[in-house]
Every structure is written in C-alpha cells, then in structure tokens.
Design a protein around this ligand. Structure first.
Ligand SMILES: [Zn+2]
Length: 391
C-alpha cells in the first residue's frame, strides 16, 4: 500500500491521549502517516518515517474531521420570512415545522437530493467528514421512506424521525399518528435507517408516546436517540437514559436529576447551540454537564427552521463564548463527542488505525475556531485519506 505523510503540522489534535498531551493528545510540530485510508503513524515531524508521498501542512493545525451527529437535511423550501419575523420579536414554537413539511411533500426526489447534497458539501468544506441526518419533514409513509432512502445514499448515519411532530393530517387524532409511526411507517422506513428518534416536547410527543415510538423502533433493530428537553423541562432525558439511547439532543432545560442521569449513563448529551442562537433562546449549560461528568457532543442541528447553519466551527465558537466550554473541550465535543453520540470508534480521533478523516487549517491551532469566529479556517479536508478539494 502506498503511504502518504502530512508534515509540518503546527498543532496536531489526535484525541488519542497516548499520542500526545492532555485529553486532545496534542502534538506540536507534528506529522501523520496515512496508509490504506487510515492513520498508520502520528508524532513529531522530525521523526516522520519515509513515505511514498509527502504533503506539507505549512504550519497549519490538523484536527480529526468533525462528526456532526445531528442534522435535518432532507427538506425543501425556505423559512427566511419566519426567521426574519422571529428576529423582529415573534416567538418560536414547534409548529413552524409544518411549513417545511408542506414544501418537502411537494418536492421531487431529485429536488430533495440536490438540496441534501448542497448542504453536505457545504458542511464538508467546513471540516465535517461524518454526517448524521434525519427524516421528519414528510410525515407520511411514502414521504418518510423516500427521505430516508435519499439520505442513505449519502451517509450511513440515517435516523428515522417520523415522530418529529404529529402530522397535520392527524391533528384531531395524535394516537392514530403514533400508531402509524410505530406500524406501517416504521416497516417502510426501518430498512433505510440505523437510528430512531422522537421530538419529546410539549406540542410534539409526550413521554408515553415517545416511549412507544422508541421501543417500537428498537424492536425493529433501530437504536434510539431523542430530541429531549429543548424548549422546556420534560421526560425526554430520563427516557433516553432508561432506553440506553446513544444521545439525548438539545438538553437545554435540565433538572439536577437529568444531569445526574446523563453523567451515570452511556447516553451522550448533544448540545446544539445553533438552535438557541437562531431562536434567541437560553443557552444549554455545557459547564454544568461537564463538571458532573457527562459526555458532551456539539452538533449543528442544521435545519431550515430553527438552526440553518452547517458550520461546526460556528457552534464551537458559541460553545466557548456562551456555554462555558474551553476551546479544547469544544473541539473534543465536535469530533470525539460526536463519534460517541453515534457510537462510532473509527472516526472522531486520529489515533493509529482511525479513518484518515481530517481537516488541515489555515491557523496554527484549533483554538482559532473560537479566537477567530466566523473566519473560514479550514484549508483542506480529507476523508479516508483522500483530498476532498482544496481552496
Ligand atoms: Zn433536531
């Protein structure tokens, strides 16, 4: 197998403590060797073993590619007007999703796929190499199934979210909609998905309905994740922990018991500050979760309604500025944390044997994501060692 080295790395973030300093396994003046799409070696540039080709990072930092473990990218339409109105003083409620449902149902498969690919490549340019994405804007068996089929052509991390909101067609009979989501719709969707999710929130699904959705999915071999405690306190986090969900997502309104439950579980608390930014809502308290010992991931929640950003660097800057995270913690949460939220061990780090999914920065250190917010710092992205286009 031909080998490639990346040398003259300013700061290398490995997230492999055995390779360097601290939890991020930092190595200064570093190099990497890639063989067969995987990391074969990492250490100081001066000790780089001979390789077939060499790529000079010119002092830029190298980080593991971001693992964005929460997005909603199979949709059509636009909610600029709603955002504009909200920023002019109107509140956000879960019902805005209906606008996107109508546009998504009206779109062709090709339109949905074009939109998905556009957002995935936008995220890739900003350093995201692993993407999770969901259904949830179809809310009929046909529309949920095609959303998942389209998503599955572009990523392995596909989540069935028929229980995003009660379909407007079932407004008078939510119980019948839960029956559909856990019955015929699940049968059609399960073959295309790895995960099942539910929006457990006032105005969406209560604790009993959420439990019915997640246990039905689990019986079909899907693993749970939960939209929990975003807009208000509620049963979502406890349910996620009880069912060993990979992740409880949002976690903005947590009781002490919720924080304890997360800290004593394998359920990751995935924080999505783009949503609080875009709805002018209270920030999730990352510091409280970290101090309690919970595992925290950071993701975009990219969706057209409440968080229309595909930028993990933007979320890192928010987490550092407003959620009490250090730059090191935020970088870890956006890479290794995201991998844990997807129960993946092959991505989110650059230890020996990891997939060579990485970003080379136009900055000497990962700290610049928060230090230089809004600046496009990702110079080059590689997936399984292959360059994904440079600028
Ligand atoms: Zn979401």
């Amino acid at each position: 197998m031909p080998t490639t080295s990346i040398t003259n790395i300013g700061t290398l973030v490995t997230n492999a403590p055995e390779l360097g300093e601290g939890p991020l396994g930092l190595v200064e003046n570093a190099a990497l060797v890639i063989e067969d799409g995987k990391i074969a070696w990492a250490g100081p540039t001066a000790r780089t073993p001979p390789t077939d080709t060499t790529h000079d990072a010119r002092g830029g930092a190298v980080i593991p590619g971001f693992v964005d473990s929460h997005s909603h990218l199979v949709f059509a339409g636009d909610r600029t007007a709603e955002f504009n109105a909200r920023m002019s003083g109107r509140g956000y409620s879960a019902g805005g999703i209906r606008t996107t449902v109508a546009a998504t149902r009206a779109a062709t498969d090709a339109e949905l796929e074009r939109n998905l690919v556009r957002h995935l490549s936008e995220a890739l340019r900003q350093g995201t190499t692993t993407f999770e994405t969901k259904s949830g804007y179809g809310l009929t068996t046909h529309d949920e199934e095609r959303a998942l089929r389209i998503a599955a052509a572009h990523t392995d991390e596909v989540t069935y979210l028929g229980a995003h909101i009660v379909s407007p067609d079932y407004a008078e009979d939510p119980a019948a909609y839960v029956e559909l989501v856990t019955g015929e719709m699940l049968d059609a969707c399960a073959p295309h998905a790895r995960w099942i999710d539910v929006f457990c929130e006032k105005g969406a699904f209560d604790g009993d309905q959420a439990r019915a959705v997640l246990t039905a999915g689990r019986a079909r071999g899907l693993h749970p994740r939960v939209h929990a405690n975003q807009l208000s306190y509620g049963p979502g986090v406890q349910l996620a922990v009880e069912l060993d969900a990979a992740s409880a997502d949002h976690c903005t309104h947590l009781t002490d018991a919720d924080v304890d439950a997360l800290a004593n579980s394998d359920t990751v608390a995935t924080l999505l500050p783009g949503a609080e930014f875009s709805t002018r809502a209270q920030w999730p308290d990352a510091r409280r979760l970290l101090d309690a010992g919970a595992t925290v991931a950071l993701s975009t929640d990219c969706n057209p309604g409440s968080s229309f950003t595909s930028s993990v660097p933007f979320c890192i800057a928010l987490a550092v500025r407003d959620m009490g995270m250090t730059p090191d913690e935020a970088l870890w949460s956006a890479t290794a944390g995201g991998a844990k939220a997807l129960r993946r061990t092959d991505v989110g780090h650059l230890g020996v044997g990891a997939r060579a999914d990485l970003a080379i920065l136009d900055a000497p250190s990962h700290v610049h994501f928060a230090y230089r917010p809004g600046v496009p710092l990702v110079r080059e992205v590689r997936r399984a060692g292959k360059p994904q286009g440079a600028r």
